[in-house]
Design a protein around this ligand. Structure first.
Ligand code: ASP
Length: 340
């Protein structure tokens, strides 16, 4: 992750008064597009812009919003310079790249996902095939790879047995069993079509140096991604463990359902997580979101989170507000008061 990580859950911040939903933002949300500017595509990070542009082209050429999500994400998955998405992404502790991805389609509330898949060039396509061709939502590991191969998806040879065996021996002799690399990012890409339907997808190689078999938030429906066709969509990037314990993207969408602007909803979710997790001085999480009305936004636990927004009339990289300098409300403020 490139952006500076800041310690934002300071003792002082924890002591501040409860924040009400009506003044939750702290940064005025203004992201909104007009009907003529549709479609709207929002994704994580500046590298998402190339994916957004590809997705827009798909739509302009008559493709569906699912095609736009899938083919948009192909661009980032194929980028050999991107070290956190696709086969050029960061390997796990055994030196093997294991990829996570999921996709959702608003109409019919459909979802598909793959976790810890190896050697498949476009995990987003594997996720889409799980959604469209199986009665399941999620496939993982070797089963996911076998399915992707059966579907004829592009692959590379992987013979990881030796790598895992070597790693297991090394691990057994190490006092510090797991490297703590902080290199990670995800593309989460959300599309609001001109017809008002919504789709989204995400793809990542996850945390660098993760334990083999570790699955992050990105392929977990409701954590790394959530789409509700009546409300909007949200996607996450950052330390997956700090998103998946809170169903982060689902939380953002639920805040939008309560009437919050997408940016306020992202901020509200981060504040909620920070309030429940006061030990975490470095949450390292960010959300992007859009709603049914063409409004969009993002927010992060740190300052400087950049995300990409593309419409028929513009394609740009914006910076979302960070919760670091804003109060998070009363610690434990979400919990019902139980008499001792
Ligand atoms: N959320 C991803 C994971 O934990 C990594 C990231 O987006 O930075 O696997």
């Amino acid at each position: 992750m490139d952006m500076t990580r800041r310690k934002f859950v300071s003792g002082a911040a924890l002591g501040l008064a409860t924040t009400t939903l009506s003044k939750i933002s702290g940064a005025e949300p203004d992201g909104e597009i007009k009907k003529g500017e549709m479609p709207l595509i929002v994704s994580t990070w500046p590298f998402g812009k190339a994916s957004n542009d590809a997705g827009l082209k798909v739509l302009q050429e008559g493709g569906t919003i699912l095609d736009a999500v899938e083919q948009g994400i192909w661009v980032t998955e194929s980028d050999v310079h991107n070290q956190s998405v696709g086969l050029a992404g960061a390997p796990n502790a055994a030196g093997v790249v294991q990829l996570d991805s999921c996709i959702m389609y608003g109409p019919g509330h459909k979802a598909g996902s793959v976790g810890a898949i190896e050697g498949i060039r476009h995990p987003i396509s594997a996720a889409r095939r799980v959604m469209e061709k199986t009665p399941h939502v999620m496939l993982v590991g070797e089963g996911a790879r076998m399915f992707a191969l059966e579907q004829g998806l592009e692959s590379i040879e992987v013979d990881t047995h030796e790598k895992y065996e070597t790693w297991k021996k090394k691990r057994a002799s190490e006092k510090q069993p797991l490297r703590k690399d902080k290199n990670h990012d995800t593309i989460a890409l959300l599309v609001l079509g001109a017809d008002g339907n919504i789709a989204g997808g995400c793809s990542t190689s996850g945390l660098s140096g993760k334990l083999p078999g570790r699955v992050g938030d990105s392929p977990i429906i409701g954590s790394g991604l959530y789409v509700d066709n009546d409300v909007g969509a949200a996607g996450a990037t950052g330390l997956g463990e700090n998103v998946m314990r809170y169903c982060g993207s689902f939380l953002v969408v639920e805040f939008m359902r309560q009437g919050l602007h997408p940016q306020e909803a992202c901020l509200a979710a981060i504040r909620r997580i920070a309030r429940q997790d006061p030990r975490h001085t470095e949450l390292s999480i960010s959300f992007v979101a859009l709603d049914k009305h063409g409004r969009y936004g993002a927010a992060s636990s740190a300052q400087g989170f950049q995300y990409s927004v593309t419409t028929n009339s513009k394609s740009e990289v914006l910076t979302g507000p960070g919760v670091g300098n804003l109060d998070i409300g009363e610690v434990g403020g979400n919990r019902p008061k139980i008499k001792p």
